[in-house]
Design a protein around this ligand. Structure first.
Ligand code: FE
Length: 255
């Protein structure tokens, strides 16, 4: 299994603190069947600035520790980029990282409580430049929780979306779990990744998510997610299924 979203690098964001933490996460990942992992520290998110050069260097260091310990895991450099207006300029400056070496797919994070009003324009401009935005954990964004149609519009316009394993397995509560399942049903999300931060309260849950997808949607669905994951890391073309609507009812009684 490949995991495209994980905070395994030490002392760089709110993920692993030390190299020992990183190794512990690596062991847990392998125990769930993960063989390759994209290390995606936060970038441009509040105090976390993790430019390409720094991430690439740290991945090399951590990989050599993983190898020294004999853990059968390969890690690649990536980033979880908090959305900001000058992404295209920074792509020019070569400070951003993609999921693939061909530099086509970017993991983009929205703020928890909003979707910036320049998002559609930015996503359009990115795509005009051959860059495809991948919205990470849309199920945890409050605007999308209130109105999943907002995500559907972005997907219809060419964005992809990543569901977090623990959201789907219930780690963020029943409502987010329900929404996650509905998002899979409606083809609003294209693959599952862990967004693991540690081996405790924010662990991988990939094996659990894998088993639940097969139970609820069948092997074919998991194969589809797996193929999209591979396409994203190989830089191959992804042709996503056409998204459908989630029933109009509000998900979160609170809103
Ligand atoms: Fe993350």
């Amino acid at each position: 299994m490949i995991d495209l979203h994980c905070h395994i690098l030490p002392d760089i964001d709110d993920g692993a603190n030390t190299i020992e933490d990183s190794l512990e996460m690596a062991r847990l990942a392998v125990s769930e069947g993960i063989t390759h992992l994209l290390a995606t520290p936060h970038h441009m998110n509040r105090n976390w600035m993790n430019e390409k050069r720094k991430v690439v260097a740290l991945v090399k260091e951590v990989q050599s520790e993983i190898d020294r310990e004999g853990i059968p895991l390969t890690i690649y450099p990536g980033q979880e980029i908090r959305i900001y207006g000058n992404m295209l300029e920074d792509i020019e400056k070569d400070t951003l990282l993609f999921t693939d070496e061909l530099q086509q797919y970017l993991l983009v994070e929205f703020p928890t409580a909003s979707i910036p009003n320049y998002t559609e324009r930015l996503f359009y401009d990115l795509q005009m430049n051959g860059k495809i935005p991948v919205v990470v954990h849309p199920e945890r964004n409050r605007i999308i929780q209130e109105d999943p149609h907002k995500l559907k519009e972005l997907v219809q316009h060419g964005a992809l979306a990543q569901l977090t394993a623990a959201s789907y397995t219930g780690g963020f509560g029943k409502q987010i779990q329900k929404l996650s399942k509905q998002m899979i049903e409606a083809d609003l999300v294209h693959f599952i990744a862990s967004d693991a931060h540690n081996t405790g309260n924010r662990a991988f849950h990939m094996k659990e998510a894998h088993d639940l997808v097969i139970k609820e949607f069948g092997r074919r669905k998991w194969h589809q997610f797996d193929q999209t994951t591979k396409d994203l890391i190989n830089g191959d073309v992804v042709i996503p299924p056409t998204p459908t609507n989630i029933e109009k009812k509000k998900f979160f009684g609170l809103f």
